[in-house]
Structure formats: structure tokens, C-alpha cells
Design a protein around this ligand. Structure first.
Ligand SMILES: C[S@@+](CC[C@H](N)C(=O)[O-])C[C@H]1O[C@@H](n2cnc3c(N)ncnc32)[C@H](O)[C@@H]1O
Length: 308
């Protein structure tokens, strides 16, 4: 996991109390840590990192209401929500499932970037790009069309693993990612003609109609709650006969939920409905896991849709 985010309160004594509280938390003395954090927030009421950590400790102590109150304060103290307190509120059922704060995604992946590939590929057995590649090849083989694409867009491109998997089949890659540090890594691959630090929906809105033959999103839709806006834009940007290939994590209930790992899981019926609602045709939907969670494959889907 990336290093823990710390946002100074601007008050030296409050910051020091926070550090002591963290030491106590790491030693397992949660009650004393919570007391110290409360003292820190009395000194600095807008101390987001202290409120956030207090929320986590309250939850560990089984004090759900107090955890929710602390996460709410963390969010209020940092409206951009770099800690992702709102995601914990969603996970705890205190807020409806909604979009992920962009600042949280940026901070998370900026911190993650230097060790992303080792952590994901070696640590979590990440296989999203190769699953997408196999799915796209099989869809093209079934349609008796060559698996070659002139213009591709890689949504949530990260360090460029999907472009690496598709490198021989694509002429020109555009990569889009919210995290500048991930984009820096993607640039080093030399595989992208263009790289944009942007939200995927915003980036797609800036693209002309029918300007892409392939759109990929490998392990990126897990950071998007409502798939409708992105699928609608993909449908507009794809040329006739173009393909969209993406992975999601899934669950057996209804709609979209946020899991313990703070990623969204989309149910298979929800994915099918949203693909159809965007005017795309689902041509491949397979139960396949793109990564492990706690050493077991996280349930997932590999989806390919086409524009008629
Ligand atoms: C788990 S990584 C996967 C990276 C890459 N696709 C791969 O297969 O290795 C998810 C990436 O999606 C990016 N991301 C998340 N939400 C995004 C959004 N709304 N718009 C653009 N990028 C986003 C993150 O910054 C991160 O780099």
C-alpha cells in the first residue's frame, strides 16, 4: 500500500499529538490513540488527518457511529477529500454510493506510482491487460476481422500496462489518467502518442465523434461508480465497428457497491444494462478476476462491447 497521507494541521503541538497517537495505534493501544487524536482536534478543529485516523480507530474499536462522525469531520476539514473519508462513509452505509473524490484518486496513485507495477503485478497477481487482450482477440477472431486498431484510447492508463499488452495491435495510443505521477511512468514506455492528466469522462468529452477504434479500461472502472457517463462518451467517440474492452469487479447483489478495498463492484446485470443503455452491443462478458484480494481472486468481469 502507498505511504499514509499526512496533512499538517499547521499547529505544531497538534501535529505532535497526532504522531504520538499513530505510535500508540501501531502498538495496538487504540483507546489511548483515540484520546490523543481528540486532543489534537481540540487544538486544531480542521485537522483532517487526525479526524480521518480517529474514524479508522473508532471503527476498529467497533464504535460505528463515532467512526461515522469522525469521517464526516475529516471530509468537512478537507472538502477535496484527499483521505477518501467520503468513501468510508459510503462503505459504512452513512452516505449513498457516489463518485470517488478526484483528489483522493490522484494522491493515492501519485503515491503508488513508483512501486505500482511491483505491488500490483507481483503482489496481487494483476492480469487485467492480458485478460483484455485475449478477450479482444477472441471477439475479433469470431467476427473474422483482424485484431488491429489504428486509434486506441487507454482510460485510466496508469503506468501503461494495457498499452504494453496491445502494443503490436495498435498504431496510435492516447493515454488518460488522473494521476500525474502515473502519467510520468506511462510516458517512459514510449508507447503513447498523447498522454493526458484528466478524468476519463472529461477527456472523452474533448474527443471528436468516431475518432477511436478501440477503448480500453483495465482495472479503471473500479474507480468509477456510475458507468453511464463514461459509456455514453465511449459510444460517441468509437467509430462504427470499434470496440470497448474493460474489467470490473463484481458482486452478486444489485447495482453498485463499494467494497472493503474502497473500489466499486458492479453487478453483472448493471453492467449489461449500462452497456445497452449507451447504445453499445455486448459481445463478450466473462467471469474472470483481474487481481487477487487477500490472496484470493477478486470476482470480476471482462467485458467487450462493440459499436454497431
Ligand atoms: C489500478 S490502476 C490501473 C492502471 C492500468 N490501466 C493498468 O492496467 O495497469 C487504475 C488507474 O486508473 C486511474 N483512474 C481512476 N479513476 C480515474 C478517472 N476517473 N479518470 C482517469 N483515470 C482514473 C488511476 O489514477 C490509476 O492510475
Amino acid at each position: 500500500m502507498p505511504a499514509r497521507l499526512f496533512l499538517s494541521s499547521g499547529d505544531m503541538i497538534a501535529d505532535r499529538r497526532f504522531e504520538f497517537a499513530r505510535d500508540l495505534q501501531l502498538k495496538g493501544n487504540l483507546v489511548a490513540a483515540a484520546d490523543l487524536l481528540l486532543q489534537a482536534t481540540e487544538l486544531a478543529p480542521g485537522f483532517a488527518s487526525a479526524w480521518f485516523t480517529l474514524g479508522q480507530i473508532r471503527e476498529q474499536l467497533g464504535e460505528k457511529d463515532a467512526a461515522i462522525a469522525a469521517f464526516r469531520n475529516a471530509h468537512a476539514a478537507d472538502p477535496g477529500d484527499r483521505h477518501g473519508a467520503s468513501l468510508h462513509l459510503m462503505r459504512l452505509g452513512a452516505e449513498p454510493v457516489a463518485d470517488m473524490p478526484q483528489a483522493y484518486v490522484q494522491v493515492l496513485f501519485d503515491q503508488y506510482a513508483p512501486r505500482f507495477e511491483t505491488a500490483l503485478v507481483d503482489g496481487l497477481g494483476y492480469r487485467g491487460p492480458s485478460l483484455l487482450f485475449k478477450a479482444v482477440l477472441s471477439v475479433r477472431a469470431a467476427a473474422r476481422k483482424p485484431a488491429f486498431f489504428k486509434r486506441a484510447i487507454d482510460l485510466g492508463c496508469g503506468t501503461g500496462l494495457a498499452a504494453t499488452a496491445f502494443a503490436k495491435e495498435v498504431d496510435r495510443f492516447i493515454g488518460v489518467d488522473l494521476s500525474p505521477r502515473m502519467i510520468d511512468r506511462a510516458r517512459l514506455t514510449g508507447l503513447y502518442s498523447e498522454l493526458e492528466v484528466a478524468d476519463m469522462v472529461a477527456a472523452l468529452r474533448g474527443k471528436p465523434d468516431a475518432s477511436a477504434d478501440l477503448v480500453l479500461a483495465a482495472d479503471a472502472m473500479v474507480y468509477v461508480s456510475d458507468l453511464a457517463p463514461v459509456l455514453r462518451e465511449v459510444a460517441r467517440v468509437l467509430a462504427a465497428g470499434g470496440l470497448l474492452a474493460f474489467t470490473v469487479e463484481t458482486h452478486t447483489g444489485e447495482g453498485v457497491l463499494i467494497g472493503a478495498g474502497l473500489r466499486y463492484a458492479h453487478s453483472a446485470p448493471y453492467v449489461r444494462e449500462q452497456v445497452a443503455a449507451a447504445g453499445l452491443k455486448l459481445v463478450h462478458c466473462e467471469d474472470l478476476s483481474a487481481r487477487n484480494e487477500d490472496n484470493v481472486p477478486a470476482p470480476g468481469l471482462v467485458v467487450v462491447a462493440t459499436k454497431a
